[in-house]
Design a protein around this ligand. Structure first.
Ligand SMILES: [Zn+2]
Length: 382
């Protein structure tokens, strides 16, 4: 499975993946998923929101156990974030079938569409639409950098954008969702596999710093209104405030006008991503950063803390013999689904902690331990 996925959407100069939602690379990943389903004799379907499903057993039974993840990537992402969960799901199903342990309930493997939000700016679009966390009209109007709307992109990929929205009928068929994912820090230590306890609350804020464009060679320093200075101070302040709060604050995207080497900027627009263990800490931190920035600030998204289902989490941890149980700062479809169905996550060790980068890695032995762990918990749940 890895051999087939390896070249898809790979950007040779960086070695990273560019599998953005509803592009041809994403389409190739989706074709791969469909082929995996068909060659195992699973019933294959695409739901109203563009998520792909492969079913072992009766899809309409109403008590399904679901596993899977996503196949799209961030710009120049790694090979494992997303695909590890989908590949492991198929491998775990194979293992269960081999030992005749597919149980009494249907098992579905899912590939959630547009998890990273790399193209249209909203993460977990497929699962958010399914659970009603994203309003269909707003989703359809989201635009990529070229001005193409999500609605148009879905239509081009053969999806009906008018059909998107909350899918109660499908949610009612699911008894539990378990997502396996590569760890995105290095908190597992000696353990190859762990169980998630919670996802930190997180959000994205847009900062607009206004100034006045002028000549870099003729404008005296005291006459300048240079928004780059306020931006730079804000980046440093955010970093220091986050450190003091035990939280995270990152400016990873910036756009400058007119963006000329010999021109003082007229405007700097930058995006803050901030996360903390609890909402009060996050709110306080972001309030301070905004207050001290002098910028005009718009909150673009906010995802509250997710506590994964307690009984399910404890059952997984016990079944796996006391593996670490730890929170994460990264968002996942499992975090979105947790509002609608009992949800749990397994993490596979990441030796360097690097993620969302071509250097993202997991050892083969750890990946195989992840498949074995997933098969064990699925067998228990089925
Ligand atoms: Zn992911």
């Amino acid at each position: 499975m890895w051999r087939e996925l390896l070249p898809v959407g790979r950007h040779e100069p960086t070695g990273g993946y560019r599998r953005h939602a509803w592009t041809s690379a994403d389409g190739e990943c989706r074709a791969w998923f469909e082929e995996q389903a068909r060659k195992r004799g699973l019933s294959y379907e695409v739901d109203r929101n563009g998520n792909q499903w492969a079913w072992s057993g009766d899809p309409m039974a109403g008590n399904a156990i679901v596993t899977g993840s996503h196949l799209d990537s961030v710009p120049d992402g790694g090979a494992y974030d997303g695909p590890l969960g989908v590949v492991s799901a198929f491998a775990a199903l194979d293992a269960l079938q081999e030992r005749g342990a597919t149980g009494g309930r249907p098992l579905a493997i899912v590939n959630f569409g547009d998890e990273e939000g790399a193209r249209f700016g909203v993460a977990c679009t497929g699962s958010r639409l399914m659970t009603g966390a994203l309003e269909p009209g707003h989703a359809r109007s989201l635009q990529d950098a070229a001005g193409v709307t999500l609605g148009a992109a879905m239509e081009r990929a053969g999806q009906d954008p008018d059909a998107i929205g909350r899918d109660d009928e499908r949610l009612a068929r699911i008894d539990a969702y378990v997502e396996l994912h590569v760890e995105q820090g290095r908190n597992l230590g000696e353990a190859p596999v762990g169980v998630a306890s919670a996802i930190w609350p997180h959000g994205r804020w847009r900062f607009d710093f206004h100034g006045q464009a002028n000549h870099a060679g003729t404008t005296r320093l005291e006459d300048r209104r240079d928004p780059m200075l306020a931006y730079a101070a804000t980046v440093l302040n955010a970093r220091e405030r986050a450190r003091l709060a035990g939280a995270l604050a990152t400016f990873g995207k910036v756009s400058v006008e007119p963006n000329g080497t010999n021109a003082i900027a007229s405007r700097v627009t930058a995006w803050l991503d901030s996360r903390a263990a609890d909402a009060a800490t996050l709110d306080m931190l972001v309030k301070e950063i905004i207050h001290e920035s002098g910028a005009e600030v718009t909150r673009e998204s906010y995802t509250p803390v997710v506590e994964f289902d307690g009984p399910l989490r404890d059952r997984l941890a016990a079944r796996l013999g006391g593996v670490p149980v730890l929170p994460t700062g990264a968002g996942h479809d499992a975090g979105i689904l947790a509002s609608a169905v009992p949800t749990a996550m397994l993490f596979v060790r990441n030796p360097t902690g690097v993620s969302h980068s071509p250097a993202e890695h997991a050892e083969e032995a750890d990946c195989l331990a992840g498949v074995a762990a997933l098969a064990t918990v699925l067998e228990d749940l089925l």
